[in-house]
Ligand binder design. Structure first.
Ligand code: DON
Length: 319
């Protein structure tokens, strides 16, 4: 099941066309302004706001890059997608739906209110509450063993081993009181499944991975290619899980701005407060963009513009 189906081949743009559109987007948005770096995590506030990278990974394994595509930045919430992949692979799609939840919260990514309103329903794996619960849902004999499982999964998606940015991890750990409160609240409702402090720590550590735009394109490219890494051709997760993961991105990938994003772009995407963003056109390609300044929902302003442009020009809108 690797490569394109006949139907996809017909609508798959050429490499030349993809490159041309990437370059147009890069030049059009390079000096566009708007947004501000995340300020609540000191490390992120100090990243150069001018950095800008684009990378595309096609389902047949071509990786095209532009700008600061090799610069490593905090993966942040984009890690939630791949930790979810691990939980789904280990526990199954039904168990994740029942024990975590898959509905939209319609609230900010760190909302306590969403948990309080309905802990049974309103905890999507891509918001902080649901992501910490998802982490707690992975079974492992110890916290160290769980970290190994996460680290291996990230490496298989990225086709190289990622490293935690220690300074970012320290910065996040010193400022994650709000997340700890959310996790304890979930625990109080019986919706947290492992030691609270350890699971929150692993969540925080996973958010602190350094990843380049290129890495993210390949990771997302694996989701575009039914769970097979298009570069290494290794099967990373079951094909049947990809639609479940992409569904959570369609529902909650840009938090309380997801509806507007899907209304215009029509492609599942996920953002992180480090300024990264991925979008997946199943069977065709994945696009990753990095530019640190964020809108008020925590999504990169320039990445959204760039992705929208590329999606429109390459006719990737699914809807
Ligand atoms: O837990 C947090 O708040 C951060 N480590 C990650 C949040 C995040 O990336 C939200 N995204 N746009």
């Amino acid at each position: 099941c690797w490569g394109y189906s006949d139907a996809q081949k017909k609508t798959m743009p050429s490499e030349k066309r993809i490159r041309e559109v990437m370059q147009q987007a890069y030049h059009q948005f390079k000096s566009s302004s708007g947004g501000a770096n995340a300020s609540y995590i000191p490390y992120l506030a100090n990243v150069d706001p001018e950095l800008y990278g684009i990378a595309i990974c096609t389902a047949d394994g071509k990786v095209l890059e532009l700008g600061d595509s090799k610069y490593e930045f905090g993966i942040e919430s984009i890690s939630k997608v791949f930790v979810l992949a691990l939980a789904l692979q280990q526990r199954g799609a039904r168990a994740v739906e029942d024990s975590i939840g898959v509905n939209a919260t319609g609230m900010p990514f760190n909302s306590v209110m969403a948990v309080e309103l309905d802990p049974q329903r309103a905890v999507n794996p891509l918001v902080n509450a649901g992501a910490m619960a998802t982490n707690s849902f992975i079974r492992a004999p110890s916290s160290a063993a769980k970290w190994m499982m996460i680290d291996d999964m990230m490496a298989r998606f990225a086709s190289r081993r990622l490293s935690v940015i220690q300074q970012l991890y320290a910065s996040e750990t010193a400022t994650n009181l709000h997340n700890r409160a959310i996790a304890w609240l979930l625990y109080s409702y019986g919706r947290f499944y492992d030691d609270v402090s350890e699971a929150v720590d692993l969540y925080t550590r996973a958010c602190s991975y350094g990843s380049s735009t290129r890495d993210l394109a390949i990771m997302a490219g694996t989701l575009a290619n039914s769970g097979i890494n298009p570069v290494t051709r290794e099967k990373v997760i079951d094909a049947a899980l990809c639609p479940r993961i992409l569904a959570t991105m369609l529902t909650e990938g840009l938090y309380d701005n997801t509806g507007s994003w899907i209304y215009h772009a029509g492609v599942p995407a996920k953002s992180g407060v480090g300024g990264g963003m991925i979008a997946v056109a199943p069977g065709k390609m994945a696009i990753a963009v990095f530019a640190p300044p964020l809108d008020k929902s925590g999504n990169s302003v320039k990445a959204q513009k760039t992705l929208q442009y590329i999606i429109d020009e390459l006719k990737l809108n699914l809807l």
